[in-house]
Design a protein around this ligand. Structure first.
Ligand code: DC
Length: 220
């Protein structure tokens, strides 16, 4: 029996991949995996437990002990709704720092693959196409210029009433881009066979349409 199809959508931080991936999943009635949320959960849990972000082995051992659940778009850690807490900028930076450790990445592989369920999955992250789902039917690398991404993030945070400086966001973004792309374990890259979608000037609905059109052309 063949496995349910996977659409892998990778890209740098604030590229819009989360929004596009979840909308594509909704349109197709597929499951959705936000793999970045898992790294963010490890960041939050390890911070609470006082584990050093440089301690790969200890962070890797923490992963199987976490009680993670997803319900109606909300994320729970040990029964607590942490959907907002994991979105903090500082948790994103911590997630990027601990994602360099092979022990952490290996500990999250099984959990990520368990999301591949019928009728299909849209998975977003950095290594969905290269490592987690190399057999994905469609691989998309979604990107935008750093300034377009910083501006998007700025608008999202301001809309939530969080005050930030655009230049600080741009600096954080460069820092995360550099680390996510240069790490030895599963660096952010355009996987073999991936289609690149530049979204700096592309409205979300058109980005969603592009992915759906590519998918339709793969399944016929
Ligand atoms: O997509 P995001 O910004 O929520 O991800 C947070 C961090 O987690 C990101 O900076 C790097 C790491 N990450 C990763 O290494 N591999 C993934 N598949 C997803 C996220």
């Amino acid at each position: 029996m063949s496995l349910p199809p996977v659409i892998a959508i990778d890209g740098p931080t604030a590229s819009g991949k989360g929004t596009v991936a979840s909308m594509v999943a909704k349109k197709l009635g597929f499951h959705y995996l936000d793999s970045g949320a898992l790294y963010r959960l490890v960041a939050l849990a390890s911070e609470k437990q006082g584990i050093d972000v440089k301690n790969g082995p200890q962070l890797g051992l923490l992963v199987p002990k976490l009680l993670i659940s997803f319900k109606n778009g909300q994320i729970f850690l040990d029964g607590e709704d942490v959907s907002d807490a994991i979105r903090a900028e500082e948790i994103g930076l911590r997630a990027s720092a601990l994602a360099v450790h092979p022990e952490v990445r290996a500990a999250l592989v099984g959990l990520q693959r368990s999301f591949r369920q019928s009728p299909g999955l849209v998975a977003d992250g950095r290594d969905m196409a290269s490592i987690i789902f190399p057999g994905a039917i469609l691989k998309v690398f979604l990107t935008a210029t750093a300034s377009a991404r910083a501006e998007r993030r700025y608008k999202q945070l301001i809309a939530k009433g969080i005050s930030v400086k655009l230049e600080n966001l741009l600096q954080d973004l460069h820092e995360r881009d550099a680390r996510d792309s240069s790490r030895g374990a599963a660096p952010l890259l355009v996987a073999d066979g991936a289609k690149v979608l530049e979204t700096s000037d592309l409205p979300i609905d058109q980005a969603v349409k592009a992915v759906l059109d590519w998918y339709q052309s793969e399944v016929v």
